[in-house]
Design a protein around this ligand. Structure first.
Ligand code: KG4
Ligand code: ZN
Length: 348
């Protein structure tokens, strides 16, 4: 069976066709994965402008879906279902994909499958590498999220912890902005960090030990916090009267990146040990980070735990991962009625 996936939760308009392989170990294959990025539009403003994002999704969605079908050599009648990101994300952006998917499902008489964006990021690991040994602990780390999930059965995602304030990608973007490096911040900090000294600037690590009053069901000691780190960089910048040299900027980037990556990897492997994980994974835009990828492999080898990462294309927002998560749900017998709405704060 083939499924059409649609993703418009933030600033990428994407459509993809994913097909079942019949191989239980590597269940899905990508036939197409078209992404129209809006980064050049938002770069001018230093971050995503929601109204501009939804307007651009409206311009792009029809063409992107047609391209995804063409590229996959697939007609509407070859499809078995349509999967779409229902949330979380920017509501105006989500609405474009959800409305399109509902209309297409009604017109082509196909079942609709509403997908949680983070389920898509988690399933990007399986789409890329095949099924993970379970139980697995997966870190989803992007511009909007930094969360640890326990996957003990295929398609079941239990939240273990999340950030109390900024997401890791958001911290990258804010630090890049205050260093005058532009948007998005992750790739440029990642590149500059390689030339810097990662111990040059003393920056704090936050270790939370108490439960979050807003989420008493979580223990809280695996939670993340990045706003203090961002503020420490801000103070360092303000305390410096002259403009930074290139090598000073590289040192800040490198020191910042060392702390972020260390915190992410430490919490991931703490959780893996606590829950007896047979594998670990990292997904989401920040999983493109070179230091994070290298440290994940190194620590996985040291702990003899298999590690999973998406390809760079599957790490940032794309519809193939939504199609994969949609296939997982569809095969579990779950479809969605045509009166679903976009949900900016959808829970997983
Ligand atoms: O998953 P994604 O495309 O969108 C969200 O759902 O947020 O993630 C985008 C985030 C941005 O904050 C960007 O700065 C970050 O991923 N990012 C990186 C790198 N590439 C992208 N962060 C660190 N290192 C990178 N190489
Ligand atoms: Zn995302």
């Amino acid at each position: 069976m083939r499924i059409l996936g649609i993703e418009t939760s933030c600033d990428e308009t994407s459509a993809a066709v994913v097909e079942e392989t019949g191989d239980a170990a590597k269940p899905w294959a990508i036939r197409s994965n078209e992404v129209a990025s809006q980064v050049p539009i938002h770069r001018e403003w230093g971050g995503v402008v929601p109204e501009l994002a939804s307007r651009q999704h409206i311009r792009d969605i029809c063409g992107i879906v047609e391209r995804a079908l063409d590229e996959a050599d697939t007609r509407w009648s070859d499809l078995g279902a349509i999967a779409v990101t229902q949330g979380p994300g920017l509501v105006g952006s989500l609405l474009v994909g959800v409305s399109f998917a509902k209309a297409a499902a009604a017109a082509a008489n196909l079942p609709l499958v509403a997908v949680h964006h983070l389920a898509g990021h988690i399933e990007s690991l399986v789409l890329q590498n095949g099924e993970m040994p379970l139980p697995a602990v997966v870190l989803v780390v992007s511009g909007g999220h930094t969360s640890l999930y326990l996957v003990d059965r295929p398609g079941c995602y239990a939240l273990l912890s999340r950030t109390r304030d900024d997401a890791a990608g958001e911290a990258y973007d804010k630090v890049a902005k205050l260093l005058g490096l532009g948007y998005p911040g992750g790739p440029v900090i990642d590149r500059l960090a390689k030339q810097g000294n990662d111990r040059a600037v003393p920056l704090p690590t936050t270790r939370l030990t108490h439960a979050d009053r807003n989420a008493p069901q979580l223990k809280g000691d695996l939670d993340f916090s990045f706003s203090g780190l961002k503020t420490a960089v801000l103070r360092h910048v303000r305390a410096h009267p002259d403009p930074f040299t290139e090598s000073e900027i590289a040192d800040i980037a490198s020191s910042f990146q060392r702390i972020v990556v260390t915190v992410l990897i430490d919490r991931l492997f703490d959780a893996a040990r606590r829950y007896g994980a047979k594998s670990v994974g990292v997904a989401g835009g920040v999983s493109a980070n070179s230091r994070l990828r290298a440290e994940l492999h190194a620590k996985g080898e040291a702990r003899e735990t298999p590690t999973f990462l998406p390809s760079l294309k599957l790490s940032t927002d794309n519809a193939a991962m939504i199609a994969a998560a949609g296939l997982r749900k569809f095969r579990a017998g779950v479809t969605s009625p045509l009166d679903i709405n976009a949900d900016a704060a959808l829970a997983l």
